[in-house]
Design a protein around this ligand. Structure first.
Ligand code: ADP
Ligand code: ASP
Ligand code: MG
Length: 401
């Protein structure tokens, strides 16, 4: 008996039957004598549908208004789940982010949680209510609704678990846990029983959306043990926690990120300071740059290629065009049809031949590598996005079969 935080993603609450399925999991934990706080995401594709709706009206809607719109998805699902639990004669209350005490920074669209003031949740638990909390949303110091970025409900759940020192934090989703690759794309993917925070953080940052990367960051910071498990099958999932004194895995998984674009600036003068000036223009506009490649050209001119997220592409190209406008022969080229495929493993740095094995898998599948980047615990390649699934399967099978 204790305090249990449960989180259910969009697929898990996508229709009436699934809402009742979730209500059963929730009321079972409550009937066993636990205090239960439940975080819920918007149903199915609601968030995507709302974004499409806004774009149909205005492609440049302000982030503030987008947050007012997108937070409505979670408002629907918390109330529906509470209504289902009411019908089963259990005491229940639903709370929106601001009611549950989620105070965030000012940034609309990707707000960071600054504080969870859990007194209202505690009050409801003292009244023996099951508490259903809207994930993904909070309130900032202007008393405006903010959202935490895609997949943000995972972070809401971990934040509550940390703030209330919960005994368990269970993230229920539509797969049975964290796998060595996305099990919907790689049929030989294997479920991991346990994964270290650092490995999970790297996997989720590199595209494994099963857990939002900020939620893993927060779990690590506050040492919250998170279990990822299925809302449909009652089987053990994957535990995400600090793994001490265990032999590090050379490779823990393979991930892909399609939400990126490649930009190339051609014919940059080969003199000190030009790369600095180019990238400082981007960072001044809050544009994050990832994989960078400079190629040495002729006539003391270089090309520099790098990646940005798709949503920053338009802004990045406009800024660069303005800046490079008076350079002779310099062009800005870009390609949205790229994806970054990565292998991750905290034990990689002590093993030889990991990168070459990955490149061999790509060669055997006849996939061309556009760019490469490495760190102690990952190797990433940029490829044509049409090759993503083939690359994931080929690389995965090279390491895990
Ligand atoms: P939810 O709506 O429950 O938050 P998400 O769609 O955000 O669910 O995340 C779950 C999905 O993550 C799975 O359906 C799966 O396709 C995908 N996924 C990607 N990489 C992995 C991985 N390594 N292990 C498990 N699932 C993964
Ligand atoms: N509904 C939000 C999204 O689709 C938050 C979440 O699912 O975690 O990104
Ligand atoms: Mg998610």
């Amino acid at each position: 008996m204790g305090l249990i935080v449960q989180k259910f993603g969009g697929t898990s609450v996508s229709d009436d039957q699934r809402i009742f399925n979730v209500a059963k999991i929730v009321t079972k934990a409550y009937s066993q004598g636990n205090d239960v706080v439940v975080v819920v995401s918007a149903q199915g594709s609601t968030t995507d549908d709302l974004i499409a709706k806004a774009r149909g009206i205005n492609m440049h809607a302000s982030k503030r208004e987008m947050d007012v719109l997108l937070s409505s998805g979670e408002q629907i699902s918390v109330s529906l789940l509470a209504i289902a639990i009411e019908s089963m004669k259990f005491p229940v209350v639903s709370l929106l982010g601001w009611q549950a005490g989620f105070h965030t920074c000012l940034t609309y669209g990707s707000a960071k949680i600054e504080k969870v003031d859990s007194h209202r949740i505690k009050k409801e638990l003292d009244k023996k209510n099951i508490v259903i909390v809207a994930g993904f949303q909070g309130i900032n110091e202007c008393s405006d609704i903010t959202t935490m970025g895609r997949g943000g409900s995972d972070t809401s759940a971990v934040a509550i678990a940390a703030a209330m020192n919960a005994d368990a934090c269970r993230i229920y989703t539509d797969v049975e846990g964290v796998y060595t690759a996305d099990p919907k794309i790689v049929k030989n993917a294997k479920k991991l029983n346990i994964i270290d925070y650092d490995e999970m953080l790297e996997l989720s940052t590199l595209g494994a959306q099963v857990l939002n990367n900020r939620s893993v960051e927060m779990a690590k910071k506050y040492n919250v043990e998170v279990e990822v498990l299925s809302s449909m099958e009652d089987v053990p999932g994957t535990v995400v926690k600090e793994m001490k004194n265990v032999e590090k895995r050379a490779i823990s998984g393979v991930a892909a990120d399609n939400n990126i674009a490649r930009i190339t600036v051609t014919n940059i003068p080969d003199k000190p300071g030009f790369a600095f000036k180019l990238f400082s223009k981007l960072s001044a506009n809050n544009i994050m740059v990832d994989v960078i490649l400079q190629s040495h050209g002729k006539n003391n001119l270089n090309d520099i290629s790098f990646t940005v997220t798709n949503d920053c592409l338009g802004d990045a190209v406009n800024i660069l065009k303005k800046y490079t406008g008076n350079w002779e022969n310099s062009e800005i080229l870009y390609d949205e049809n790229v994806s970054k495929v990565s292998i991750v493993g905290t034990g990689m740095e002590t093993q030889v031949g990991i990168a070459s094995k990955m490149f061999e898998a790509l060669y055997e599948a006849q996939i061309n590598i556009q760019m490469i980047s490495t760190s102690e615990i990952k190797v990433s390649v940029l490829i044509d996005s049409s090759d993503t699934n083939l690359a994931l399967n080929s690389i995965h099978d090279k390491f895990f079969r």
